[in-house]
Ligand binder design. Structure first.
Ligand SMILES: Cc1cc2nc3c(=O)[nH]c(=O)nc-3n(C[C@H](O)[C@H](O)[C@H](O)COP(=O)(O)OP(=O)(O)OC[C@H]3O[C@@H](n4cnc5c(N)ncnc54)[C@H](O)[C@@H]3O)c2cc1C
Length: 419
């Protein structure tokens, strides 16, 4: 290296270090994230990792993160709530300010969010990752029955996960567990069928004369169908009955009945999952664009197509073709969004071709697992995120080996988003 090159390099290093100093204690921008689930926790952490000069505040109503993925194992009695619960404290190490509160209002014109406690947070970019809320009006008596603890969804991990487990424990041998599945799209396409397997594995041990009736609004099993059906017939012969095109329209908690469009079915435990839409706060933010349910985004930045400077992640989005509503997917949305926000606040163009991946493992017993995987990428031709040709697929067969992968997947994704 000659003297001129050495001086140039020294000059560049000095300039960089001055730029670094200028940012110390300063802020390149303020990001507020609503919801500390798979999408929200991930985007908060990754923005701070990729640009510590951006201030990030995460508002989450719950004290701890409780994972829906693997929560079916708690319902099956194989795991406890401790297995699926993690603290938010790890995010503080990345400089994320975690506020336990509820976002009650969003003023996109003034760029502020209002919290239930009364305080107001200003933002340059807002990220909304509220998950789903349920369309209870589709089943008029549902909420009364749920309040009376006669019907549960257990489709948000937490109190209802524990209650459903208790109901199964209290059920007589020879009883019927009814699982009602809503029309797709709903969060975690294979989730209901994994749940049926978990309940069956418990019944097989503890209440072998009991039955499981799946009434599904969809014509057939929506994910990993042949693998689930094989597990049902080989591991739990005669125990699980599947009825397709069986949409629930109401429940009657006095007679313990699920009313379907075509017939009524009775059960001892009613686990009815109502249809979903984007979480309530997405409605208040004005980012719901389709059928009063879902939020369209620009998949290169996850920015809402309806409200500028507001990004939407996870289950609340209007899913791209073949893109499932899953925790893995929401985690990938979070990373694409973090990279885009860091780029935008630094005056750079976001990645024009982001890639997103998904893997969903399902436990068909306490120790055997199947998976489905897919890869999705922005296509300039389609102006959409599309499945990458030849990518993804499903397990050849259920295996113990995949149970090891599934447990590692859960540990790793929780660590990726929260520590
Ligand atoms: C039984 C079951 C099994 C599943 N298994 C898998 C699996 O194996 N693999 C997989 O990838 N996915 C699985 N999923 C799906 C996965 O749980 C969801 O797709 C994922 O949680 C979506 O992430 P999200 O960030 O969109 O929402 P969530 O993870 O639900 O996070 C939303 C957060 O926002 C908070 N929030 C909402 N509104 C407000 C507000 N106004 N103020 C403050 N906080 C708010 C909520 O409290 C919540 O913590 C499963 C789901 C279920 C129900």
């Amino acid at each position: 290296m000659n003297r001129r090159e050495l001086l140039k390099l020294a000059g560049a290093a000095a300039a960089l270090s001055t730029a670094g100093c200028a940012m110390t204690g300063g802020s390149r921008g303020r990001v507020v994230v609503v919801g500390g689930g798979f999408g929200g926790a991930t985007v908060a952490k990754y923005i701070r990792m990729w640009d510590p000069a951006i201030e990030v505040t995460l508002v989450e109503r719950n004290a701890e993160f409780i994972s829906c993925p693997t929560s079916n194992l708690v319902i099956g009695g194989h795991w406890t709530m401790d297995h699926i619960t993690r603290p938010y404290s790890g995010l503080a190490r990345h400089g994320v300010k975690v506020v336990r509160d509820e976002v009650t209002g969003i003023d996109a014109a003034k760029r502020t969010v209002t919290l239930a406690s009364g305080s107001r947070l200003p933002y340059d970019r807002l990220v909304v990752s509220p998950g789903v809320d349920f369309m209870f009006a589709e089943l008029p008596n549902y909420q009364n029955a749920m309040r009376a603890n006669k019907v549960l969804h257990a489709w948000k991990a937490g109190e209802q996960t524990v209650q459903l487990r208790r109901q199964l424990e209290a059920m007589r041998d020879g009883g019927v567990y009814v699982l009602s599945v809503p029309l797709a799209p709903y969060r975690c396409p294979p989730g209901p069928y994994e749940r049926a397997c978990q309940v069956a594995s418990y019944f097989k041990k503890a209440k072998p004369r009991s039955k499981i009736l799946i009434v599904d609004a969809n014509p057939d099993v929506t994910s990993k169908g042949p693998l689930f059906k094989r597990a049902w017939s080989e591991l739990y012969p005669g125990m699980i009955e599947f009825r397709g095109n069986a949409r629930a329209v109401d429940v009657d908690d006095r007679t313990m009945t699920v009313k379907l469009e075509v017939e009524d079915v009775k059960g001892d435990v009613l686990n009815v999952v109502p249809p979903h839409r984007a979480g309530d706060i997405a409605v208040k933010a004005g980012v719901v664009t389709h059928n009063n349910r879902w939020c369209a985004v620009d998949w290169r930045t996850m920015e809402s197509t309806a409200v500028p400077n507001v990004h939407v992640l996870g289950d609340a989005t209007l899913s791209a073709p073949m893109m499932p509503k899953s925790g893995h997917m929401a985690n990938n949305h979070g990373k694409v969004c973090a990279a885009a926000i860091v780029a935008l606040l630094n005056g750079r163009a976001p990645d024009p071709n982001p890639v997103m991946t998904n893997t969903c493992y399902s436990f068909v017993s306490d120790s055997e697992v199947i998976h489905v995987a897919s890869v999705h990428q922005w296509s300039d031709t389609d102006k959409a995120v599309v499945p990458v040709k030849g990518s993804g697929g499903v397990s050849a067969a259920r295996s113990h080996q995949e149970a090891v992968y599934a447990w590692s997947w859960a540990q790793n994704i929780w660590a990726d988003m929260l520590t």
